[in-house]
Design a protein around this ligand. Structure first.
Ligand SMILES: [Zn+2]
Length: 457
C-alpha cells in the first residue's frame, strides 16, 4: 500500500469524522465519476449548479456534469472566464451568490482550484447553503478550510464561512494539472514550516498555546509531505497524492483550531502584502503559492539568523528605553503602508498586539528566561532556508523575490510592513519587541537578493 493510502486511512478519515463541516471526502484516481453519488448522499435537492472558470471546467467539468446527471440531478452551469484569472474578491463571487439566492433548490458544486473554491464557498455561505467542491489542482490548502481569503474593499481578509460538506479529489485530474499549479501547492505547504516556528514562539511566550490536535495533524508529517518535490513536478500520482493529503490535513487543522494559525504565519503575511497590491509579474498576477514560497524563504532566513542569537543576554532596560510607543508605531504603519485603507485596517491590528511598558517588560523577561527552550525547539523543528530553497527549486517554485518581479527595495518594504497587517504573533513581532528588526533585516536582505541567487545557480 502506498504511503499516502495509509495516511488517508490514519490521518484524513479520522479528520473527516471529527470535522463538523465535511461529511464526505474522496481522494482517489477516477474520483470525479463518483461526484453524483457523493452529492446524493449529502443533499436531497433536485438540481445542481456547477460553478467554475474556463480552466477548471476544462479539467473536470464534463465528467462532473455527467456524473451528477447520472445520479438524477438536473444540472446548470455558471462558468467565469479564466483570462484574466478571476480575482479573489467578494465582488467576483456576486454572480454565483445571486444565482444561488434566486433558487433555493440548487445544490452548489465548485469545480476548480483556489480562487473558484473560495468564491463558491463564500457564495454558498452567504446564501446559507452547503456545497460540494471538486478539486482540479493540488495548488493550495483551502479546499477544506472554513475561511475564504478574499479581498473586501481592497483589504485581504479571511472571511469566516463554512467548509464544503463534500470534497472530491480525482488524482488523475490533479496529476495532469499544470505543473506550475502543483508547484504552488507545494509552496503553500512549505510555508507551514516557518508558520510552525511562529506558533512555537507564540506558545512559549504564552500568547497562543499550541493545540495538540491541530499541531500534530500538520507538523508531525510536514517533512514527509515536503520530501520528493521532483515527483510532484513530474505529475507522479503518489507524489501528488502525498502533497494533496498534506494540503487537506492543513485545511482540517484550520477548522479544528478555529483559525488559520496552523497554516499561516509571517510567510503568509508577506504573501498577503503582494496579493493586496495585486502584484503582477510578466503580465500575470502572482499566485498565492508563489508569493508564499518567497515569504517562506524570507521567514526561514530570519529564523536562521535568530537561532544564532543569544537572547538570554538581551538588555531589557535598554530595549525598553528605545521601544516606540503606540503613536510612534502607528506613524510607522502609515509610512510603511501607503494605501490609506490598508493602513487604517493595519492600525487596528497593531493596536491589538502593541504592549504597554509593563507588559512589554514582562514579555522580554519571559523571553530571556525561556530563550534556550525556544531556541532548541526551533532548531529541531525548522528546515534551514538553504534546504528549503533547494526543495522549492526542485518543485519549480520560486524562492526569491526577483523571481516574482519584486525588487530588493520592494522586498525590504514588504518585510517591514508585513507584520502590521495581522495581529497574529510571528517571528517579526519577536524582532520588533526585542528591537532587533533592522539588525535582522540587514543580515538577511543580501541573502534574498538576485546576486545571492546567481551565486548559487
Ligand atoms: Zn496559503
Amino acid at each position: 500500500m502506498a504511503n499516502w493510502q495509509s495516511q488517508l486511512d490514519q490521518l484524513i478519515r479520522p479528520a473527516v469524522r471529527q470535522s463538523e463541516a465535511t461529511d464526505e471526502l474522496l481522494i482517489a484516481p477516477g474520483a470525479t465519476r463518483q461526484t453524483g453519488a457523493v452529492a446524493r448522499r449529502v443533499t436531497d435537492k433536485p438540481r445542481a449548479l456547477i460553478m467554475a472558470d474556463d480552466a477548471g471546467f476544462g479539467a473536470a467539468g464534463d465528467a462532473v456534469v455527467a456524473s451528477l446527471a447520472d445520479a438524477g440531478f438536473q444540472t446548470e452551469t455558471l462558468v467565469l472566464p479564466s483570462d484574466p484569472l478571476p480575482k479573489a474578491a467578494v465582488t467576483t463571487a456576486e454572480p454565483f451568490r445571486a444565482r444561488l439566492a434566486e433558487d433555493n433548490e440548487l445544490f452548489p458544486v465548485s469545480v476548480g482550484s483556489g480562487v473558484i473554491n473560495d468564491l463558491v464557498k463564500y457564495a454558498a455561505f452567504q446564501t446559507n447553503q452547503r456545497y460540494l467542491t471538486v478539486a482540479t489542482a493540488a495548488s493550495m490548502d483551502g479546499y477544506t478550510s472554513a475561511g475564504a481569503p478574499l479581498a473586501k474593499e481592497g483589504f485581504k481578509v479571511t472571511i469566516p464561512t463554512r467548509a464544503p460538506i463534500a470534497m472530491i479529489a480525482d488524482l488523475d485530474v490533479l496529476a495532469t494539472a499544470p505543473a506550475e499549479m502543483t508547484g504552488w501547492g507545494y509552496a503553500d505547504l512549505s510555508g507551514k514550516m516557518p508558520a510552525g516556528g511562529d506558533w512555537i514562539i507564540a506558545d512559549a511566550l504564552n500568547i497562543e498555546a499550541i493545540d495538540d490536535n491541530a499541531w500534530p495533524l500538520v507538523q508531525n508529517h510536514l517533512r514527509g509531505w515536503l520530501a520528493g518535490p521532483a515527483g510532484i513536478l513530474k505529475g507522479d500520482i503518489d507524489a501528488v497524492a502525498r502533497l494533496f493529503i498534506g494540503l487537506t490535513a492543513v485545511g482540517f487543522a484550520m477548522e479544528f483550531h478555529g483559525s488559520s494559525r496552523p497554516a499561516s504565519g509571517a510567510d503568509h503575511q508577506i504573501a498577503h502584502m503582494w496579493e493586496m497590491e495585486d502584484h503582477s509579474h510578466n503580465g500575470r498576477k502572482v499566485s498565492h503559492g508563489a508569493a508564499v514560497a518567497v515569504g517562506c524563504v524570507a521567514a526561514l532566513s530570519v529564523y536562521d539568523w535568530l537561532i544564532k542569537q543569544d537572547l538570554t543576554q538581551l538588555d531589557v532596560d535598554a530595549t525598553l528605553a528605545t521601544a516606540p510607543d503606540i503613536d510612534a508605531r502607528l506613524r510607522t504603519v502609515r509610512k510603511d503602508i501607503p494605501d490609506p485603507y490598508v493602513a487604517a485596517k493595519s492600525e487596528q491590528e497593531v493596536r491589538a498586539k502593541h504592549l504597554g511598558r509593563v507588559d512589554h517588560r514582562a514579555r522580554l523577561e519571559l523571553l530571556v528566561s525561556v530563550w534556550p527552550d525556544i531556541r532548541s525547539r526551533l532548531c529541531s523543528h525548522l528546515l534551514r532556508a538553504e534546504d528549503m530553497i533547494g526543495m522549492l527549486r526542485e518543485a519549480n517554485a520560486p524562492a526569491f523575490a526577483h523571481q516574482i518581479g519584486v525588487s530588493p527595495d520592494h522586498l525590504l518594504r514588504t518585510l517591514r510592513a508585513a507584520p502590521h497587517i495581522r495581529r497574529r504573533y510571528t517571528v517579526f513581532d519577536l524582532l520588533h519587541e526585542t528591537g532587533l528588526t533592522e539588525q535582522a533585516l540587514k543580515h538577511v536582505m543580501p541573502l534574498l537578493g538576485p546576486k545571492r541567487t546567481e551565486a548559487t545557480e
